[in-house]
Every structure is written in structure tokens, then in C-alpha cells.
Design a protein around this ligand. Structure first.
Ligand code: SF4
Length: 262
């Protein structure tokens, strides 16, 4: 399977679940129920209610999954990170993408999160690599996961250096499918939970660190509360909605290019 291979798993995972069948066989009642469902959908759409969550995007600090530069900030332990995965999965997330800024072997804890996501929740795992090198030890760790549910996300430019991973049965995906400066062809952040290395929630990676888009901390609020809070910013302002390196690896972006990469 090549870099631009088939991405059927994701398409399946994003399929909208079937609506429950109305209990009654009475045609009038069925029609009434149907009308009511449509009204509810329209109302939700107008009210800007967030969609069901599909993606969890975790940004890992250069120091590793349980470390953060800001000494004043509480460091999240493994238990807390696994809780984040549990909560996201309970909201419907079928994907977790971890963005790693240094090489894989420096990210202790990443493997436990990946295994938990796969084993406990059957989630697809994306490892977004910034470093264009994977050594033997790192390769063995990747291969210890269920490879049918692993995708390695790399920048297009890294393909010459990392293309050999495909010979190992590892599927590579483009982390930056669009050029910088243009409007992202992304699904927007409404179906995504973005957590930075410090456990802070932001609308998405593009606006990490901008107060206006801060949505709280995983240590203070349940993800369900955050995703359902209409007062919080679930979208990015049009004026700054442009592709930047901060969008690299964004699952809400990359997902839109899977079918185009057939
Ligand atoms: S990080 Fe970029 S691509 Fe992803 S949702 Fe935000 S604006 Fe869209």
C-alpha cells in the first residue's frame, strides 16, 4: 500500500450512524416522527451545535507525553491522558492523532496511549512525525501496534527519507496536504478535540495559545461539557482561517484528502 493508498478505514469510521427506527408502524405517526427529526436537525444546525466528535488530536511536548516546559503548569500523568482518550472515545472519537515534535524514542508514554486507544476503544492511531528519521528501535515500537490501525503522518517533503517505512507494512499519509496560506479544506474543528501538551484545550492546533480560543483544561472540565458548551469557540474566525504549519497533521484536514489520495 503506497503513501497515497486507500483510506477505507477512515471513511468507515466517519460514516454517520443510522437513525433509530421509530417504534410505531402507523404511517401518520412515522411521518410525524420523521418531520420532528428533520426539525431537530435544522434547529441544531442553526444553533451551531457541535457535531459528534470523530477526532482527538493530542500535541505532545518536545519533552514527552508527561512533561511540559511551563513549570507552573500541572503535568498530566498517564492516567489522566488515558482518561482523555476514554472521554473522547465515549463522545464518538474513532481516531487519535499524536503530534510529536522530536523523535519517537524521546516520547515515553506515547506507546501506552496508542495501545490503549487501539485495544480499549478500537481507535485508529495517527503518529504525526516532525523528525525525518525512524531508527530500528522506533520501528519496532511502531510495529508492536496493530498496524492495520496505524497511520504515520509526515510532511510531503519527508517522503524520500521515510518512504521506506511502507516496505515494512506501515502506511504513510500526508500531514500537509495543502500549501500554506490558502484556506484549509478542513472539516473545521467542530468534530475534533484538540489538547495541547499541557492538557489545555483549544479550538484546534492553528489557534493553540490564543486566549480567545482557549476552551479550558482537561483537568478541570469533562470533554463532554466542553464540546456541548455553545459559548465556547468551536470554529476559527474566517480572517485567520489559513493553512499554516500549525495545521500539519490536523485530522480534520488530513481526513478530507484520504479519498482524493486513492
Ligand atoms: S488546525 Fe487548520 S486545518 Fe485543522 S481545523 Fe484548524 S484551521 Fe482547519
Amino acid at each position: 500500500m503506497c503513501l497515497y493508498g486507500k483510506y477505507i478505514e477512515l471513511q468507515e469510521s466517519t460514516t454517520v450512524s443510522k437513525p433509530k427506527q421509530p417504534k410505531s408502524d402507523n404511517p401518520l405517526e412515522l411521518a410525524k416522527n420523521f418531520k420532528q427529526q428533520i426539525k431537530t436537525c435544522c434547529r441544531n444546525s442553526k444553533e451551531g451545535k457541535p457535531d459528534a466528535v470523530t477526532y482527538l488530536w493530542i500535541c505532545v511536548s518536545s519533552e514527552g507525553i508527561m512533561h511540559y516546559k511551563d513549570e507552573g503548569a500541572k503535568q498530566l500523568g498517564m492516567e489522566e491522558w488515558l482518561n482523555v482518550v476514554d472521554e473522547a472515545a465515549s463522545l464518538g472519537a474513532s481516531w487519535v492523532v499524536l503530534t510529536l515534535s522530536t523523535r519517537l524514542s524521546q516520547h515515553d508514554g506515547v506507546w501506552e496511549i496508542c495501545r490503549w486507544a487501539q485495544d480499549a476503544h478500537g481507535m485508529m492511531v495517527g503518529l504525526h512525525l516532525a523528525v525525518e528519521e525512524v531508527n530500528e528501535e522506533e520501528l519496532a515500537s511502531i510495529k508492536s501496534l496493530d498496524l492495520s490501525k496505524v497511520r504515520i503522518l509526515i510532511r510531503r517533503e519527508a517522503l524520500p527519507a521515510l518512504g521506506h517505512l511502507e516496505k515494512e507494512g506501515i502506511q504513510l499519509w500526508t500531514a500537509n496536504p495543502q500549501s500554506e496560506g490558502i484556506k484549509p479544506h478542513c472539516q473545521g474543528p467542530a468534530k475534533m478535540i484538540y489538547v495541547n501538551a499541557n492538557g489545555m484545550l483549544y479550538t484546534c492546533g492553528l489557534v493553540d495559545g490564543i486566549d480567545q480560543y482557549h476552551m479550558g483544561s482537561v483537568l478541570e472540565k469533562k470533554l463532554r461539557q466542553i464540546m456541548q458548551d455553545k459559548e465556547l469557540p468551536h470554529s476559527v474566525e474566517e480572517g485567520i482561517h489559513r493553512i499554516s504549519p500549525a495545521c500539519d497533521g490536523c485530522p480534520a484536514l488530513v481526513a478530507n484528502f484520504f479519498s482524493e489520495n486513492f
